[in-house]
Design a binder for this molecule. Structure first.
Ligand code: 5GP
Length: 113
């Protein structure tokens, strides 16, 4: 997989404000937030997109979801937030290193879906 901005951030080649980090993932604010809270949960393993994850990534994917809950609590938004994974260019993905968006801080309406 070719290097992306996220692999450079993980490697420390590009500075970032890490809100959370453990051996499997980092969480950083999105550079272009669409709501008051918009952060990205990024696995250190460079999986290109969700559809390229395999059975060996099962525990990692679970870890990312549990990290969402932990970080939502840390950010004070555990009452309500949205988790989004864009998969592939047709799914709106622009950075080809798997990541989960956590978005909160706006009233979620049907129209936003
Ligand atoms: P995607 O569209 O691939 O699901 O989301 C990629 C996200 O990464 C976008 O919301 C974009 O604003 C964010 N992003 C792109 N480049 C950077 C960067 O250099 N730093 C951070 N923190 N976010 C970035």
């Amino acid at each position: 997989m070719t290097d992306t901005v996220f692999s450079k951030i993980i490697a420390g080649e590009i500075p970032s404000n890490k809100l959370y980090e453990d051996e499997h993932c980092i969480v950083i604010p999105d550079i272009n937030p669409v709501a008051a809270v918009h952060v990205l949960v990024i696995p250190k393993k460079p999986i290109k997109m969700l559809s390229e994850a395999s059975a060996e990534d099962q525990a990692l994917l679970g870890h990312l979801m549990l990290t969402v809950g932990k970080v939502a609590e840390q950010l004070g938004v555990s009452e309500g937030y949205r988790v989004i994974v864009n998969n592939g260019a047709d799914g709106g993905q622009t950075v080809f290193h798997l990541h989960l968006h956590i978005i909160a801080g706006f009233a979620m309406k049907e129209a936003d879906m």
